[in-house]
Write a protein that binds this ligand. Structure first.
Ligand code: MG
Length: 496
């Protein structure tokens, strides 16, 4: 059909442009010379403008309308392509140009102020800008449209179809059990791993590469490099890259490799039939995060995984783990230690950090929580849910970059990811009850093949909720995540 051919041509061109953009950004994060930063910013701005014009073009809008008229006669993949292109077209065209320019100016100013405010640990400095951001986010929601409440429009930007009511009820189910677990964990004796000698950088890189190889990352279609914050990016169907960072006294590099590796496996597993289309991406942030967390935590922090890899780690860093049994090592990488910082949180307390941000964002959007009250409310919630005292705004309300970015509605996708990971994994273990032997055997191919068949190869063809339903036979159910934690950490069910 001519129209579909036309749409695919446009999608292919836009995909190329986005990949070129990703290459410029990757270069900026990984290896750009210091003095080239300003020129690069200009290049990125120029390219963004070109992409934006193509994305909001009247011809594309007309094509979409025409294609939608014929939707009943199209294949599942073509229908999905129209859905994804419509979604991005609407998101780009519903916001007036003036609004986009103002919002971008506001957030780049806010970013600078946030960096300074965090350095000085002074929320009052950042507060006036956050007020403006919240008010513009409300405006943004009005432009984008929603059925029930403005916050829904923001959630949907990051997780297609997600609503405030749904997030609230998911958190309702995990809030008390998790708080209870955190309190119980505080009574348990736990031993962190003490790294007594610097880990050689070259050996860290090598080991991270081996870990990536172990989970099936394809180095002929990707790379691992170094950046300030680890990330995964795509610059072509056969070019999905990860980055990592290395500290001399930390094992973080292993779990970063597995986390970003999980994101990359998802992308590398997308069917080549979807190449050069808008469907050649993971479907949402939540489903993406489910794959990073699955490989990082559920598999990567399990005893069977290390039964296979621990001898290798010992060999790489001679003498360092001699007095640590594998059981002690695995306990050491799974210590539950409620703290102030989200990105350092363990699996049990992590989602309470997200819950706090969700409750605050909801209050901000509804107008029931004034920005100026944020530090007090933040600190109260940390005391209530995590039983920790916040010592400063820097370690409290100012710790995350998301609000300065103007990204309200983003945080819940982290929790969706953790829940979905446990639910997908439950399904896999039902089908493969020898899952521990599979992991300990070191060939993780069976797992990767199942994930590829059921999740990865589809790219963005199915909406997040639809995919979950298709693979696991039900909607997002937080009980799998709670069961997983209870079984893993052997904390008794607080209800019994
Ligand atoms: Mg991630």
């Amino acid at each position: 059909m001519e129209i579909i051919k036309d749409l695919k041509k446009r999608s292919s061109e836009l995909t190329d442009l986005h990949h070129i953009m990703a290459l410029l950004q990757w270069d900026q994060e990984v290896q750009i010379p210091t003095n080239a930063a300003q020129d690069r910013a200009g290049q990125l701005a120029t390219l963004s403008t070109i992409i934006h014009r193509k994305e909001v073009s009247i011809e594309l809008g007309d094509l979409l309308l025409e294609a939608e008229k014929q939707i009943a006669h199209l294949s599942e993949t073509d229908r999905a392509l129209i859905r994804v292109m419509r979604r991005s077209y609407d998101q780009s065209t519903k916001l007036p140009e003036q609004f986009v320019a103002d919002f971008s100016r506001l957030t780049s100013q806010a970013l600078n102020v946030w960096v300074e405010a965090r350095k000085r640990s002074d929320f009052k400095m950042f507060s006036p800008l956050l007020e403006k951001i919240v008010s513009m986010c409300r405006e943004q929601a009005e432009y984008l449209g929603y059925t029930n409440e403005p916050y829904d429009a923001l959630l949907d930007l990051y997780e297609e179809g997600l609503t405030t009511t749904q997030v609230a009820s998911l958190f309702e189910e995990i809030k008390d059990p998790l708080t209870e677990m955190v309190h119980r964990a505080k009574q348990m004796p736990q031993q962190e791993i003490n790294i007594s000698k610097d880990l050689e950088r070259r050996r860290q890189t090598e080991f991270a590469e081996q870990a990536l190889q172990k989970i099936g990352f394809d180095f002929t279609r990707g790379r691992q490099d170094v950046s300030a914050h680890p990330f995964t990016t795509t610059m072509g169907h056969n070019d999905r890259r990860v980055t990592n960072r290395y500290n001399p006294r930390s094992l973080e590099f292993i779990f970063s490799a597995l986390h970003e590796g999980g994101h990359a496996l998802y992308e590398q597993g997308i069917s080549s039939d979807l190449n050069h289309t808008a469907l050649d991406n993971g479907v949402s942030l939540g489903i993406h995060e489910s794959q990073s967390r699955l490989w990082e935590n559920i598999i990567g922090r399990s005893l069977p995984f290390w039964q296979n890899l621990y001898p290798n780690l010992k060999e790489h860093f001679p003498g360092l783990f001699d007095n640590l049994s594998i059981e002690e090592f695995v306990k050491g990488i799974n210590v539950i230690k409620p703290g102030l910082i989200r990105v350092e949180a363990d699996e049990v307390s992590y989602n309470l950090h997200v819950l706090i941000r969700f409750e605050i964002e909801k209050g901000l959007m509804e107008g029931s929580l004034p920005v100026k009250d944020l530090p007090v409310v933040w600190n109260q919630k940390y005391k209530e849910y995590l039983d920790v005292e916040v010592d400063s705004d820097a370690n409290g309300v100012l710790q995350d970059i998301h609000w300065a970015h103007g990204s309200l509605g983003y945080f819940p996708t982290y929790t969706i990811g953790n829940m979905a990971a446990a639910q997908f994994w439950h399904k896999f273990t039902q089908l493969h009850q020898d899952y521990e032997a599979i992991i300990a055997g070191g060939t993780l191919e069976k797992i990767r093949t199942w994930l590829t068949e059921n999740i990865y190869r589809h790219g963005s063809v199915y909406q997040p909720a639809e995919l979950l339903q298709k693979v696991t036979g039900e909607g997002l159910n937080p009980q799998y995540f709670l069961d997983y934690l209870r079984q893993k950490f052997r904390l008794p069910d607080p209800m019994t």
